[in-house]
Design a protein around this ligand. Sequence first.
Ligand SMILES: Cc1cc2nc3c(=O)[nH]c(=O)nc-3n(C[C@H](O)[C@H](O)[C@H](O)COP(=O)(O)OP(=O)(O)OC[C@H]3O[C@@H](n4cnc5c(N)ncnc54)[C@H](O)[C@@H]3O)c2cc1C
Length: 383
Amino acid sequence: MDFTLSDEQQQLHESLVAFARDVVEPEAGARDREGRFDRAVWDACGEVGLTGICISEEYGGGGAGALDTGLALEALAYGGHDAGLGLSMGAHLVIGSKPIDLHGTPEQKAKYLPKLASGEWIGAFGITEPDAGSDTASLTSRGVRDGDHWILNGTKTFITNGPVCDVFTVVVRTDPDASAGAGMTAFVLDADTPGLSVGNHLDKMGNRSSPTSEMIMEDVRVPDSARLGAEGSALWAVGFECFDWERTVMLGSAIGGMQRGLDDAIAYAKQREAFGKPIAHFQAIGHKFADMKMNLEASRLMLRQGAWLKDQGLEHMMEASMAKAFIAKCALENADNAIQVHGGWGYIKDFPVERAWRDAKLSSIGGGTTEIQKMVISRMLLS
Ligand SMILES: Cc1cc2nc3c(=O)[nH]c(=O)nc-3n(C[C@H](O)[C@H](O)[C@H](O)COP(=O)(O)OP(=O)(O)OC[C@H]3O[C@@H](n4cnc5c(N)ncnc54)[C@H](O)[C@@H]3O)c2cc1C
């Protein structure tokens, strides 16, 4: 078994960490306080190829697989310390763009992918509804045929990048009589399509530089050419595939955040003195670093195992769900320990560790909750 990164992978990681330290980190705290998405930072990410890293090369992307995409998100989070940007980037890549890359017609790919890859356009994806989150099969947004067009109605919520997106991929119910999980179809919509609007902006506890909102469809009329993939099969072919990308890739951001939290806590403990010596010399503090390091390395290995299996085309559903649930727990534990090492200052907003704790909580919710991951794991064990 070889767990080492190739020279190219190491180079990718190092160059993105350096970029993120220079461009992303300086205003990260301010963006969190203000709940502000920064278009200039996004555009800079486009210039270094981040916004298209996993999009096919023939459409201007980097053609990276799950492992390298996760590695890029890890580097962005480690150097940039801006989990919200990581969330927006991850959503743009793996749920906003990848479904078009995988299922789009040649015309859809040619229209959307080059601009998504360059970052000129921002992607978003909507499956969640106010009354259908974990139970996506119960969604009620409707798509009704009207000759060679479709009329879409319904409200999607918790949409990452909703307020800033140019391209919105949405899953709606097109056959209300189909059996559970069937009868759903995906559509790619231009954000300025008449009838499509941004609803309430959602004010989040963490990841605050990533904009989140409802997306409302009121008699949105689109031609059949806006349909993404086959009619009736979107829940499995598009929705669950998005979840799979989320589970094998997006928590690269959490890994980068954990590494950064550990580095920062160690640096603080070496210079903060109590009882006449640096607190790093106390065994109780050292044990926290040991716990954080074990959580970090186990999380990293689990994520990379799932991503590697995915890249090889091998079965990885269990590994992806295990990684998602485990990393969510470790990220929060590590953020908690980083605050504890900082003592009272860790509780104060001047230090970024309290932000990391608020950011880390999302890992157990977005892209399928920890309870749902454990349901997947236990069902597979018991089948
Ligand atoms: C910041 C953020 C960004 C997001 N971005 C997007 C996005 O871009 N696009 C999108 O479509 N969605 C997005 N989501 C939605 C996210 O995927 C859902 O919030 C998540 O799947 C949970 O759904 P829910 O919030 O409706 O919770 P619910 O499904 O109502 O769950 C509530 C609680 O019940 C538990 N529960 C539910 N069912 C079961 C069960 N069978 N067994 C045991 N426990 C259960 C859950 O684990 C949870 O603890 C985002 C959410 C957040 C918070």
